[in-house]
Design a binder for this molecule. Structure first.
Ligand code: 13P
Length: 287
């Protein structure tokens, strides 16, 4: 059964570790992440962007697939199915479809509008027992080949959003999605510290987990980060393993063209990436 992310993140914040959110794209991704979480006895959050939701034939398809896998694979660790960077409409659709957690990303709205929309979703999620992630300070990343810098959120604005009763808060601290550029300035720990001072027990979320050095991850966790999102790193690992298989001509040998064989090395690469992250984040054995 899917669970809200509230309990797992409250425990993570208190225990000074972080739960990974791994984004899913298809059946192979989902299965690899769930099996790794179960093997390592780690709680896990499956992230679904609006684009990935569309790709997987809509949110109800995703809910059906994930619930089916939890049952068929005998998954016993806590699993939250979470909308990543949702619009207001997207969040409502996911709630209707049976997601156990949603993110409403109102960071591009003026703060008043972000507060207004977040507040309404807090009411809905509380009533249904779902977790809600809000965002302050846009997280940069690559768009049309240009890498935008990550903003640093205003700690006072973070407090305003946290006080609305959201479950977890994503705040920009110089992090970006995708690969970090050579000249990246690193995470702003002063900003993170100021946010945690004002928001207290609120679990903080670090987006753009791909490529952040291990020491920075550990420091971020020590300053209140209890959820870390990883997407690109699994994609890169999957692509590299698939490339190796094809370049070695394995698809041309025997039944090597069978899609289950072609996709197998990529699946193993995702599992290895997820394992490495769960160990780094400290969530192993915490289910
Ligand atoms: P990366 O793709 O950089 O790992 O970021 C993932 C993320 O933050 C999803 O919201």
């Amino acid at each position: 059964m899917l669970v809200s992310a509230k309990e797992m993140l409250t425990k993570a914040k208190a225990g000074k570790y972080a739960v990974g959110q791994f984004n899913i794209n298809n059946l192979e991704w989902t299965k690899a992440i769930l099996q790794t979480a179960e093997e390592l006895k780690s709680p896990v959050i499956l992230g679904v962007s609006e684009g990935a939701g569309k790709y997987m034939c809509g949110y109800t398809t995703v809910v059906g697939m994930v619930n089916g896998m939890i049952k068929e694979l005998g998954i016993t660790v806590p699993v939250a199915l979470h909308l990543d960077h949702g619009s207001y409409e997207g969040a409502k659709k996911c709630i209707e479809a049976g997601f156990s957690s949603v993110m409403f990303d109102g960071s591009h709205y003026p703060i008043e509008e972000n507060i207004e929309k977040t507040k309404e979703l807090v009411g809905i999620c509380n009533e249904l027992g779902l977790s809600l992630e809000a965002e302050v300070g846009a997280i940069g990343g690559e768009e049309d080949g240009v890498i935008g810098a990550g903003e640093c959120a205003d700690p006072e604005e973070c407090k305003m959003i946290a006080d609305l009763g959201v479950t977890m808060l994503a705040a920009g601290i110089g992090n970006i999605h995708g690969k970090y550029p050579e000249n990246w300035a690193g995470l702003s720990f002063d900003t993170l510290d100021a946010i945690q001072q004002l928001t207290g027990d609120m679990p903080l979320v670090l987006h753009g987990g791909t490529g952040i050095p291990a020491d920075m991850i550990k420091k971020a966790i020590s300053l209140g980060v209890s959820k870390i999102n990883v997407n690109t790193e699994c994609q890169l690992a999957f692509a590299a393993a698939t490339r190796e298989y094809i370049e070695a001509g394995k698809d041309l040998q025997g039944k090597g063209f069978d899609p289950r064989k072609i996709l197998a090395p990529g699946v193993e690469a995702i599992k290895a990436t997820v394992k490495e992250k769960m160990e780094l984040f400290g969530s192993v054995g915490k289910a």
